[in-house]
Design a protein around this ligand. Structure first.
Ligand code: S3P
Length: 164
């Protein structure tokens, strides 16, 4: 396997679920950046956004992302906004990155009632971010996987076949 595999894509595209599947199939460790942010801060993502703001959250997210350069052979699920920061993009350009792409309507159906995602409140604002990020995801990734209509298990198999 390549060194670490980074999964990127908009919130709700399945990065965590698919990443866990890949890790199981490869017998590798799985690492979730959002989970690590929560662990290191001792606060939920919602709390961090509401109390300290998005800029603060992004700084923590960057620190946690850059730490992964010390890891070997780990499957890493990023947060959907990881590409917003240029420093993160520069880092990711030197990693092995897979973009999980899902149409906006499906994303929206998956996240609209999820209270833990602070940015999933207004559909219009969410769509703006979705559009803005598409090029950024493309810019840093080696592969784009179209996720619509596939189970996480099938997607993990597709990804592993692609990168063999
Ligand atoms: C965010 C996505 C979330 C989380 C935070 C911000 C974003 O991760 O990092 O709520 O800006 O798109 P998921 O993509 O895992 O939902």
């Amino acid at each position: 396997m390549k060194n670490n595999i980074y999964l990127i894509g908009f919130m709700g595209c399945g990065k965590t679920t698919i990443g866990q599947q890949i890790a199981i199939q490869q017998g590798k460790k799985f690492y979730d950046l959002d989970r690590q942010v929560v662990k290191s801060e001792g606060k939920s993502i919602k709390y961090l956004f509401e109390t300290y703001g998005e800029t603060y959250f992004r700084k923590v997210e960057t620190n946690i992302l850059l730490e992964t350069k010390h890891y070997k052979q780990v499957i890493i699920a990023t947060g959907g906004g990881v590409v917003e920061c240029e420093e993160n993009r520069e880092f990711l350009k030197n990693q092995f990155v897979i973009y999980l792409d899902l149409p906006f309507e499906l994303v929206y159906q998956r996240v609209k009632n999820d209270d833990s995602r602070p940015l999933a409140i207004s559909k219009d604002k969410l769509y703006e971010r979705y559009v803005k990020r598409q090029n950024l995801y493309e810019e840093v990734s080696a592969y784009k996987i179209l996720c619509e209509g596939h189970t996480p298990y099938r997607l993990s198999k597709l990804i592993l076949d692609q990168i063999k």
